[in-house]
Design a protein around this ligand. Structure first.
Ligand code: ZN
Length: 147
């Protein structure tokens, strides 16, 4: 029986974690001769992080900032370069992205996500389709977090 990721519900390898699925996703992105582009990459990575705040070690503040930046990219056409700059400005120096041991966990009420990393891993290896799935994934994560 397949194990399920406790954070996103995707099936995970018998001796692995969902991070292995994420690594596979990154390998898929690298397999495209010209890559997938920074916007598609950003959306996929952000969606994964927002579904995995515990294992990715994000603080509540960093989680909220990433969620806001992704939403601005998807819904307000804010360029990725601006999203990254905002995160860098907020989390350089004293303010850390990583949660400290005493910090509370960022959590959502969501227990079942409509799209997970496995939907992209199992999608056909077509760059356009990958880009479409990555955007759908990011959009579905923001939708679920809004509940
Ligand atoms: Zn997962």
């Amino acid at each position: 029986m397949d194990d399920e990721c406790p954070e996103c519900g995707a099936s995970i390898p018998p001796t692995g974690t969902c991070r292995d699925n994420f690594d596979t996703l990154q390998a898929i992105e690298w397999s495209f001769p010209d890559g997938v582009g920074e916007t598609v990459h950003y959306r996929a990575v952000s969606a994964y992080i927002l579904q995995h705040p515990e294992s990715m070690g994000y603080s509540q503040e960093a989680f909220a900032a990433l969620r806001s930046a992704l939403s601005d990219n998807l819904h307000n056409d804010v360029p990725i370069s601006d999203c990254r700059r905002r995160m860098r400005q907020k989390f350089d120096g004293e303010t850390r992205v990583q949660r400290q041991p005493c910090d509370p966990l960022p959590r959502s009420q969501t227990t079942s996500w409509p799209v997970t990393v496995m939907d992209l891993v199992l999608a056909s290896p077509d760059k356009e389709e990958y880009a479409e799935y990555a955007t759908q994934w990011a959009d579905s994560v923001l939708e679920e977090l809004r509940l």
